[in-house]
Design a protein around this ligand. Structure first.
Ligand code: CP
Length: 324
């Protein structure tokens, strides 16, 4: 069994990782989480001392950019943040030139977010030495989010294989769902995608992936977890794909009322959301803020740091053993 992922060219999606490699990231993230919890006064390791990382974000982000920056810094790397608004991207410089400039500056890794699907694959193909870590590209993939979702599920449920997960919302535009499907399939999870017909893509999914157009399936199957997705209006082209937010919330929103009618497993259902949330649309504030302690949305945010520390350590560290 491998103890490192430094032989890989980067992390652009979850279909490129094996089950063993995903397990390695999850077990390393557990060590990182324990380290952070036990070392609140000095959250610093030297695993990436001497390494330099750039976060290159062509799209807005709170969780992903900040947690990659913190993860790199907690591991001892030098981290530089580059945003669209403050870089030569605004003067028309293209992605290829920007990547070449960063590689000439000896960055070891570039953590890329882009509105264009597949931008991370393009970037990985043109870089010769630096590695790309995909922080979300268009509708293609968001692998670190997929991994932190798996980590949170494993933490809450004690296992992954055999779980049944419902993912509800704007599946069509979601890069998170594509990473979820790849990661969850590899770990033996049954995935159910639920949404309005206009939000369900006509892709050929794996046999463990099932599609439903109504929340009624929640009354028939006891899901271990329900993951809600935001409507990504910024990616809609042309006419809106549903009448209005009120109608959407009535048909597809997760509210306290929903839980009165659904089937739940003995150990309860957990509620995930990658964020940012449209409160009152796909999820009610009461469900999101966890008055009934079903929501693990805050844990997802916290776990994002540990999982991204694991990714950076495994892809960029010179050593293979992270026992500390
Ligand atoms: N989940 C997620 O990618 O959030 P941000 O856009 O805030 O990074």
């Amino acid at each position: 069994m491998t103890n490192s992922l430094k032989h890989l060219p980067g992390l652009v999606d979850l279909k490129s990782l094996t089950q063993n490699e995903i397990e390695l990231i999850l077990s390393t993230a557990k060590k990182m989480k324990t380290f952070l919890r036990n070392n609140q006064e000095h959250k610093k390791l030297d695993i990436l001392k001497g390494k330099s990382l750039a976060t290159l974000f062509y799209e807005a982000s709170t969780r992903t950019r900040t947690s990659f920056e913190l993860a790199g810094k907690y591991l001892g790397a030098d981290v530089v943040n580059i945003s669209k608004a403050t870089s030569s991207i605004t003067k028309g410089e293209n992605l290829r030139d920007t990547l070449h400039v960063l590689e000439r500056m000896h960055f070891d890794g570039i953590i890329l977010r882009s509105p264009y699907s597949g931008a991370s694959v393009y970037a990985q193909n043109i870089l010769t030495r630096a590695k790309i870590i995909n922080a979300g590209d268009g509708q293609y993939q968001h692998p670190s989010q997929g991994l932190l979702n798996l980590f949170t599920l494993q933490e809450k449920k004690g296992r992954l294989a055999g779980l049944k997960v419902a993912i509800i919302g704007d599946v069509l535009h979601s890069r998170v769902v594509r990473s979820d499907i790849d990661g969850m399939s590899k770990m033996g999870i049954e995935v159910h995608l639920i949404g309005a017909k206009t939000f369900l893509p006509r892709e050929n999914f794996a046999p463990n992936v099932h599609l439903h157009e109504s929340l009624d399936v929640l009354k028939e199957i006891a899901f271990d977890a329900i993951e809600m997705l935001r409507i990504q209006s910024e990616r809609e082209k042309g006419e809106p794909l549903f009448p209005n937010n009120r109608e959407y919330a009535r048909l597809y929103g997760l509210t306290e009322e929903t839980f009165k009618h659904i089937k739940t497993p003995k150990d309860g259902v957990v509620i995930l959301h990658p964020g940012p949330k449209n409160l009152g649309v796909e999820i009610s504030p009461k469900v999101a803020y966890g008055a009934d302690s079903l929501s693990v949305i805050d844990e997802q945010v916290e776990n994002g740091i540990s999982v991204r520390m694991a990714i950076l350590a495994l892809f960029f560290a010179n050593k293979d053993n992270f026992d500390f």
